[in-house]
Design a binder for this molecule. Structure first.
Ligand code: ADP
Ligand code: ASP
Ligand code: MG
Length: 415
């Protein structure tokens, strides 16, 4: 007998038929004698629908009320799934995040889980029940409902698996595993049988939404065996493994995957003085407004001269950042000209194999040049290279790089 935490995403619970199919799957695990905790997302499109309703009423909704609102989507699916299980003769009880003791901080819309009290879940499991938990939500110390950020049901699943010391956390979704890149953009993308936590963290943070980044962080920190699988067809999926668990004999591919995102925007301050303290004068007020900055490039200028300062922020933060630069930073610097571009994309190559290989960047730049794609910014770490390019060329860049780095389905490479 094993204990599984099984998380089903929005598409997997997107209709009454699909909820019934999830109940069938859960029943099969119960019939084999396993204990099951199920975490569900809202039905696909529901969270967006709720956010849109709020925006029709108030264009500056308070985060607390947004959490009250969007957490309802998951509550609906959790009770419907429990009802579907009852119909199959399976004992099941549904709970909100707060009811199962998922305690978070008070950072509404992006709360972090602080602790989980598992006694009640454990008692239900010991009693032969399937425990169905509404994903994406918790409760703060004052009893306010909080949510964990978009895609947060993944994190609920992994955090529960860690707290319950489950044998495996299974993330059921609408693709049959983690691919070399999003299979919806690149038809030649290949399913990976395994990927390291480190690589998955990079892919998730650079835009692959197949797993929420915090879920991967939890899996790494608490050593939770984590697997991504299809809700619709049986198969082995993709196991996310600690690096040392990878087979020593396995030849490490140079690049494991390609991530991309068009959710950032670029801002440039031209003609800023090239003197100590300027970067902090530019970025300080932006950080004070709780806006996260991603890539930063400052041009080299002859001593005492003027320089350009470019950085990216989330598209959602673009307007606010632009206002801060215009109203606070430019006056404080005594000059500077502002340029903004919302039509950019970031494309990133990720692979632990990159550590021991030179020349990945130059090959990447050559491939992009051959496609006539202009590179606007570059950032690197030990296991990734990211470039900022024109949004219109994003998919072309992904496909060209996928082929050039030997990731295509039909090219021969060990996984
Ligand atoms: P769920 O609703 O089940 O949480 P998501 O839409 O959040 O599902 O995540 C699954 C989607 O992630 C897939 O449909 C796919 O388009 C996308 N995706 C992005 N990058 C990858 C990748 N490298 N491998 C697999 N899927 C990916
Ligand atoms: N329903 C939430 C969202 O759409 C959480 C999730 O699905 O994981 O982001
Ligand atoms: Mg998701």
């Amino acid at each position: 007998m094993a204990l599984y935490v099984q998380k089903f995403g929005g598409t997997s619970v997107g209709s009454v038929e699909r909820i019934k199919a999830v109940a069938d799957k859960v029943k099969r695990f119960r019939d084999e004698g396993h204990q099951v905790v199920v975490v569900v997302s809202a039905m696909s499109g529901e969270t967006n629908r709720l956010i849109d309703l709020a925006s029709q009423i108030n264009d500056e909704p308070t985060p607390r009320e947004m959490d009250m609102l969007v957490s309802t989507g998951e509550q609906v699916t959790s009770s419907l799934l429990a009802l579907a299980l009852h119909k199959l003769g399976v004992a099941a009880t549904s709970y909100t995040g707060g009811q199962v003791g998922i305690q978070t901080d008070s950072a509404h819309t992006k709360a972090r889980i602080q602790r989980i009290e598992t006694d009640d879940i454990q008692a239900d499991l010991d009693d032969g029940q399937v425990v169905v938990v509404a994903g994406f939500q918790g409760v703060d110390d004052e009893g306010n409902i909080t949510t964990l950020g978009r895609g947060g049901s993944d994190t609920t699943g992994v955090a529960l698996a860690a707290a319950l010391k489950a044998d495996e956390c299974q993330i059921y979704t609408d693709v049959d595993g983690v691919y070399t890149t999003d299979p919806r953009v690149c038809s030649k993308a290949r399913r990976l049988s395994g990927i390291t936590v480190e690589e998955m963290l990079e892919l998730a943070s650079l835009g692959s939404k197949v797993l929420q980044i915090r879920a991967v962080e939890f899996a790494g920190k608490y050593n939770v065996p984590l697997r991504v699988l299809s809700s619709f067809e049986d198969g082995p999926g993709t196991l996310i493994v600690a690096e040392e668990e990878e087979e020593a004999s396995m030849e490490e591919p140079l690049i494991s995957g390609i991530a991309f995102t068009s959710s950032e925007a670029k801002l440039t301050l031209l003609n800023t003085p090239d003197v100590p303290g300027v970067a902090s004068k530019i970025l300080g007020p932006i950080a004070d407004a709780n806006i996260e900055i991603d890539m930063i490039v400052q041009n080299v200028a002859p001593a005492g001269d003027y320089t350009d300062f470019t950085f990216t922020v989330a598209k959602n933060d673009f307007k606010q950042t632009r206002s801060i630069l215009q109203d606070q930073v430019i006056p404080a610097l005594g000059g500077g000209e502002l340029r903004g571009d919302e039509n950019i994309a970031k494309v990133s190559l990720v692979g632990v194999g990159m550590r021991s290989h030179a020349g990945v960047a130059s090959k990447m730049f050559r491939v992009l040049a051959d496609e006539n794609i202009n590179i606007r910014m570059v950032s690197t770490s030990e296991i990734k290279i990211s470039v900022v390019i024109d949004e219109k060329q994003m998919e072309l860049a992904v496909r060209a790089l996928h082929t050039a780095f030997g990731l295509d389905k039909d090219s021969i490479q060990s996984e």
